[in-house]
Design a protein around this ligand. Sequence first.
Ligand code: SF4
Ligand code: SF4
Length: 528
Amino acid sequence: MSNPEEPHPHDGRARSAVIERGVAKTNRPVSSAVAAPGAATKRHEPSEPDRAHLREKLYEPRKQVHNKRIDGPFRRFKWFVMLVTLGIYYVTPWLRWDRGPYAPDQAVLVDVAHRRFYMFSIEIWPHEFYFVAGLLIMAGVGLFLVTSAVGRAWCGYACPQTVWTDLFQHIDRFVDGDRNARARLDAAPWRWSKVLRRAFKWTIYAAIGFVTGGAWILYFADAPTLFREFFAGEAAPVAYITVAILTLTTVTLGGFMREQVCIYMCPWPRIQSAMLDEKSLMVTYKDWRGEPRGSVKKARRDPEHFGDCIDCMQCVQVCPTGIDIREGPQIGCITCALCIDACDKVMAEVGRPRGLIDYATLEDCEREAKGETPRSPWRTLFRPRTIVYFLVWGGIGVALLFALGTRSRTELTVSPDRNPPYMLMSDGSVRNAFTLNLRNMQSRPRQMEIAVEGLRDATMWSSTVGRADAAPTQVVTVPADQTRSVRAYIAVPPGTPAQDFTFRITAQDEEGESDSVKTRLSAPEDAP
Ligand code: SF4
Ligand code: SF4
C-alpha cells in the first residue's frame, strides 16, 4: 500500500520505505534507525515504484556495528580524552601523599574500615558526608551545564561506557582489521583461523576487564599492599569477587553490548533529550545544503539538481553507534563528531566547503537554511540558561571550598549521665558524670585541654585522673585521626543550684583550635 504524503520540496517525490532482501530502503528520514542502530539504509531511487510502509516491529535484532577507522581533529580529541581519563583511572591509586606516620599515604583512598575518605590533602569523616553530597550535586549540575551548552559532549567523549567501548573497538581493529575485514570475518564460517583470532581478541577483552576491575579495588586499600596480597592469594574474598564482577561487566558492556547500552539502557539520553533546546549545540547534518544527494558523477552531469552530499556513506561507516546522522537528531547519536571528521575529509576530496555535518544549533540551522549568517558559537555557550547553571554550579563549589577551608579539625560531644543525674558525696558536694567524645581530625596526636566554664568552684577529674588531682581543667592526649571518649566527673560545693555550663576543649598546639558544648548541671532541686 502506498502512503500518500506531501512531495518533498527538493525533488517532488513522495516518500516511502520498504525492506528488500533484509535491507531497509527508504527515501525519507526514518526513526527506525533509532530503534535499529546499524541498520543499513539505501535510497529508494526515483525510478522505483512507490513502496508500502514498513510494518512496526516490537523487536529488531541487533546488527553488529563495524565502524571504520577515521582520523581528524575530533578523533584526535577523543584520543586525548581517552588517554587522560583512562590514565587518571588506572594511575590514581598508585599516587602517594605524605600525611605523616599516623595516616595512610595513598593520595586517593576510600578507607572503609576506618570510615575515612582521603583525597590528597582533604580528609572526609563520615559526619562530613555533606562534602561528598555537594560534589555529587556539582557533578549533576555540571552535566546539565555541559548538555545545555554543547549537547551530549559527556556521552561523546568522557562517559566511561564511551571510553571503554572506543577502546574495545580499537582492539577489534587491531586484531581483525578495519570495517570490511571485520564484517567479512563476522560472516565467515567458524574455522580454526577464526576461532584462534576470536580467542586472542577475547583474551585481550578479558585482560582489559581484569585491569579495570583490578584498578577499582585499589581505591579501597593501600594499592601496593593489596596488589601483592591479591596475587599471593592473601586478599579478602570480597576483592576477588569484586574484580570478577567488574571484569565481567566491563567485557559485557564495553566489549559486546556497546552502543546498546547508550541507546536502550542508559537513562541519561532520555533526560538529555528533555534538556536540549533549539539553542543547544548538536552534531547536525545540514540537509538544505546536502540534499538531494547524488554521486559526484551525477552532480557533474546535473549540478543544479544535486546538493553537496555525495551519498558516500562515510559518515555512517565511521559512526560508533551505527546511525545515519542525515536522518536528523537521534537518541543513538552520542555527538562524538566522528562523522564530522569523515564528511569534512570527503568534502576536501571533492573540493566542497567543510561543515556539511557540523556542530550547530537548530536555530542556526534555520538561519543558515534561509541564507542568514549563523550566530557566533560564543553566544551559544554564553546564554541565560548556561549562565544560570554555571552560577549554581560555581556557587555550590565556592560554598564547599569555604566550608572546607573553615572547618575545625577538633570536635566535642557531651552526654550527661541520666541515671542517676547526680550523686551526693560524703562531704555534701554534688557530683555529675559526663561522657565526653573528643575528636581529633588531624593526622597527628594532640594534647587537648578540657575546661569547665560558667560553674563556680567546680572541680573535675576523670577516668584517668583521680579525685585527688581534681582541678578546673584537665589535659588529655587524643590519638591521631581518632575520637577519644573521656568520663568526666564534675563536683560542685553543697547548695550549688542546677544550672547550665559549658565544656570547652582547646588543642594545645600552635593552631589552638577549640570547640565547646553547653550542657546542664543536675542538683538536688531537680529531683522529683
Ligand atoms: S552520528 Fe556522528 S556524532 Fe552521532 S554518534 Fe554517529 S559519528 Fe558520532
Ligand atoms: S560523509 Fe558527507 S558526503 Fe558522505 S554521505 Fe555522509 S554527509 Fe554525505
